[in-house]
Design a protein around this ligand. Structure first.
Ligand SMILES: Nc1ncnc2c1ncn2[C@@H]1O[C@H](COP(=O)(O)OP(=O)(O)OP(=O)(O)O)[C@@H](O)[C@H]1O
Length: 378
């Protein structure tokens, strides 16, 4: 539905805001260095990455609030921007709904008026009649569960309700695409978690197509149909949350999403999807490897802590079984982490709190071969 091709945005660095990503000219930096992605109908697509990686610039370029240096953006067959042909459609003609970090509801208006206003100020030719405006506002207030507050002053809503109001105001114009830039970041931690599910429910119920920007990996994993992980103005990987988590394509992705154990190793055999590697601490076998390396290659092994199966006894009949000593143990309520020393390597395990092994104990752990991920060395 939305396609973004070779999108680039560079800035003059005279203000000294950006760092590191110099273009050939030397004085300009790329906030976005060439990104490509598609957002499908009814999908919540997330741009995820650390501060300064170019998420907001990408979103603002789609919105028409920023003029990209290069690239092409189309929505449902309409060209919104095309640097080659000099097309740059005005933001208010793109048919988009936007909700930003500071959700800036209009404080001097009632809840109802906040939502009806965008319709009332539409050009006469497009503006719905009074009755239709009323119906549409009521409908959106119902969906966002604000129906009971229609007459209330907008400022007399809680943070979560104000956030829903900002969403209702964007929804009422029935945008083809919603752009959401960290819309939950002003809420406290507990409310943010509740709102994740509410937003997701709304998106699904209304079959909304949305681009969601966040630096919060758990928010992205919970809410998204697909995630694009961005780093330094580029997309490192696009995939479903589970794929991104279980099959990170780069070290950056593996480090940014959750925690991982990284072990450097050399490939000793490759047979179909089965790869055997030797690390300084021992041999590992990986199954289901898609991009098979060559024998002799150096690779980085990534193993998630919850895939490290820790035990006091040596089992002997399981693959990838190593031995070590518990160095530290950290209780976190719902899980316990153990750090196990194997030579000078520290391996993190995450277990059910029923398993709690004191530091100093000799232990054994194994990793199922399909949980051993090969990451190309950067
Ligand atoms: N107007 C500008 N002039 C110069 N540099 C800019 C400008 N706007 C953004 N940048 C730089 O471009 C890079 C990308 O910024 P952007 O706001 O897109 O990042 P972000 O991933 O959304 O970060 P955050 O999560 O902190 O909002 C940053 O290095 C930023 O400093």
């Amino acid at each position: 539905m939305l396609t973004v091709e070779s999108l680039k945005k560079s800035y003059d660095d005279t203000a000294g805001r950006a760092s590191g990503r110099r273009s050939d000219a030397g004085t300009r930096v790329f906030a976005v260095g060439g990104v490509d992605f598609e957002v499908h109908d009814g999908e919540l697509f997330t741009l995820l990455g650390p501060s300064g990686c170019g998420k907001t610039t990408t979103l603002r370029s789609v919105a028409g609030l920023e003029r990209p240096t290069e690239g092409r953006v189309t929505l449902g067959g309409r060209v919104l921007f095309d640097s080659k042909h000099g097309v740059n459609m005005r933001a208010n003609q793109r048919g988009l709904g936007m909700v930003f970090q500071s959700y800036a509801i209009w404080p001097h208006m009632s809840v109802f008026k906040n939502v009806s206003f965008p319709l009332e100020v539409m050009p006469r030719a497009k503006r719905p009649g009074r009755k239709e405006i009323e119906d549409r506002v009521r409908q959106v207030l119902e969906v966002t569960e604000l129906g009971a507050y229609a007459a209330r002053a907008a400022t007399k809503l809680s943070g979560g309700q104000q956030q829903r109001l900002a969403l209702a105001r964007a929804l009422v114009t029935r945008p083809e695409l919603m752009l959401l830039d960290e819309p939950l970041s002003n809420l406290d931690a507990k409310l943010r978690e509740t709102m994740r599910f509410e937003l997701k429910r709304l998106q699904r119920e209304l079959n909304l197509t949305a681009i969601y920007v966040t630096h919060d990996q758990s928010e992205a994993l919970v809410m998204s149909n697909r995630i694009a992980v961005m780093n330094q103005g580029r997309i490192e990987q696009i995939g479903k949350p589970r794929e991104i988590y279980t099959k990170p394509a780069t070290r950056f992705v593996a480090e940014f999403i959750g925690t991982s154990n990284f072990i450097e190793a050399k490939v000793v055999s490759v047979s179909g999807g089965e790869v055997q590697v030797d690390a300084a601490q021992g041999r590992l076998v990986a199954h289901g490897v898609e991009a098979a390396p060559a024998v002799g290659d150096t690779v980085l092994i990534s193993i998630r802590p919850e895939c490290v199966d820790l035990s006091r006894e040596r089992r002997g009949d399981v693959p990838n079984e190593w031995s070590g000593t518990v160095l530290t143990r950290a209780f976190m309520g719902d899980v316990v982490d153990h750090i196990v020393g194997v030579g000078d390597l520290e391996v993190r395990n995450r277990s059910n709190p029923n398993l709690s092994i004191p530091p100093g104990t000799e232990v054994h752990f194994s990793v199922a071969p399909d949980k051993v991920t090969l990451v190309p060395v950067d």
